[in-house]
Design a protein around this ligand. Structure first.
Ligand code: NDP
Ligand code: HSE
Length: 419
């Protein structure tokens, strides 16, 4: 029997004489099942692209069985079955969470298997280590689907924008939150109903508080900032605010004043060379392209010192859009085999500027008295609705704003204005 070999992959002839590239999928939920569906749906075009080779989903690792699925017979429950099979050259990790996904990925890389993941939690926390491990073992650790769902962003930043120094990268990075804000404003849905719809559509994380409290966006901007600036930007160093306090009245006030409210992840290089990174809801001016990005769509703006600004937009969550990015990585791994690490763990985090040094205007909604608002902010244009007052502040240094806000005699919600 003739064996066709290419560096770091094992190919086997099936009895039919076809060359098969065996992969395993760990985690057969929304994304993992989408990956299998994509591979089955577009099998012919993949085979053409790969010079006749076929992708064979040899194993599916999950806690459950899927007896009614066409690939149900390939389900295994022990990771060792996959790790010990030399025919498996690529492992797709779509389980989510840090453990055991991180350990399984590490073991796969150590055993000479490339890993493709959609798991931003693992990439944000352990990306540098896993990329270095992949490099050491002559394989790849790929994570296009970890940011922006189906939007190509990791590869374009790594390759197509390689001629640039990245000035800033910012955007709407969570499909669930953007869906909720859009439905609340357009359909007047209450927050919980909109969230339930997002869950039903497969957009939300297993624990949706990761979406609505900003943690998911925080992980994604951590990945983009690490990629842009070459060092791990730990999520613990990133201010993280979510959308759970936002009301219909906030959205209406914003719209009437020429803004859309969007949860943004933002990273930029400051004049002194440090970087500033945060996750928070923002008032985005209507004439900014991100203001028109709605529903489950994500929009990511990258500003490079050579190209200027580039906008990436597309479906930020969902089974097939995300599978599109995962399978593209699988194809790339099969084609290229080796990918260099994109960033390294840093010795310290001095290169990250504290958010207290930011200067911003803010929208405030509060039940405070007009007297205390006047005392805190001087003369501002106040709109009143349902007993609440809304206004936009002048620009403040963040640390000064904290002091001014403490003068209010009621509760408040604050949203930054995007500059
Ligand atoms: P799901 O919860 O739908 O799927 C995860 C699957 O992994 C489930 O079938 C689960 O089984 C299985 N699983 C969990 N733990 C284990 C384990 N220890 N061993 C074997 N199988 C296990 O999640 P998603 O598909 O939505 O998300 C997967 C990853 O992709 C997450 O990191 C998520 O953040 C990311 N992602 C999700 C997107 C989306 O639109 N949904 C988009 C982009 C990224 P069980 O259900 O029985 O627990
Ligand atoms: N829960 C995530 C979102 C999935 O809604 O954006 C995509 O990463």
């Amino acid at each position: 029997m003739k064996i066709h070999a290419r560096a770091c992959y094992t190919y086997v002839y099936e009895k039919r004489g076809l060359i098969m590239i065996s992969i395993a999928i760990m985690g057969f939920g929304v994304v993992g099942s989408g990956v299998a569906e994509t591979i089955m749906m577009n099998a012919e075009s993949f085979s053409e692209r790969l010079g006749g080779e076929k992708i064979n989903v040899k194993y599916i690792l999950d806690l459950r069985d899927f007896p009614d699925h066409p690939l149900g017979g390939r389900v295994v429950h022990d990771i060792e079955t996959i790790l010990s099979d030399d025919e498996v050259s690529v492992v797709v990790e779509t389980m989510g969470g840090i453990n055991p996904a991180y350990g399984f990925s590490k073991s796969a890389l150590e055993r000479g298997k490339s890993v493709v993941t959609s798991n931003k939690e693992v990439v944000a926390a352990h990306g540098a280590e896993l990329m270095a491990l992949a490099e050491k073992n002559g394989v790849a650790y790929m994570f296009e689907a970890s940011v922006g769902g189906g939007i190509p962003i990791i590869r374009p930043m790594r390759k197509c924008l390689a001629a640039n120094k990245i000035i800033s990268v910012s955007g709407i990075l969570n499909g669930t939150c953007n869906y909720i804000l859009t439905r609340m404003e357009r359909d007047k849905l209450d927050f919980d109903t909109a969230l339930k719809q997002a869950q039903k559509l497969g957009y939300a994380e297993r624990d949706p508080s990761a979406d609505i409290e900003g943690k998911d966006t925080c992980r994604k901007i951590s990945i983009l900032a690490s990629l842009a600036y070459g060092k791990t930007v730990p999520t613990e160093k990133i201010l993280c605010e979510g959308i759970s306090d936002i009301t219909y009245n906030d959205l209406v006030y914003a719209r009437e004043n020429g803004f859309a409210i969007k949860l943004l992840g933002r990273a930029k290089k400051c004049a002194d060379g440090r970087i500033s990174v945060l996750t928070a809801p923002h008032l985005v001016p209507d004439d900014n392209s991100l203001a028109g990005v709605n529903d489950v769509y994500n929009g990511i703006s990258v500003v490079g010192n050579i190209v200027g600004d580039v906008l990436f937009c597309g479906r930020g969550a969902g089974s097939l859009p995300t599978a599109s990015a995962v399978v593209a990585d699988v194809l790339d791994v099969i084609d290229n085999c080796k990918v260099r690490a994109s960033w390294k763990d840093a010795d310290n985090t001095d290169f990250i500027r504290d958010v207290s040094e930011d200067v911003t205007s803010s929208y405030i909604r509060t039940n405070s008295s007009k007297e205390s608002i006047g005392k805190a902010f001087g003369s501002v244009d106040i709109t009143e609705k349902n007993g609440e007052k809304m206004f936009i502040t002048p620009e403040y240094l963040e640390s000064d704003l904290e002091v001014v806000l403490s003068l209010l005699d009621g509760k408040y919600t604050r949203i930054r204005l995007m500059k």
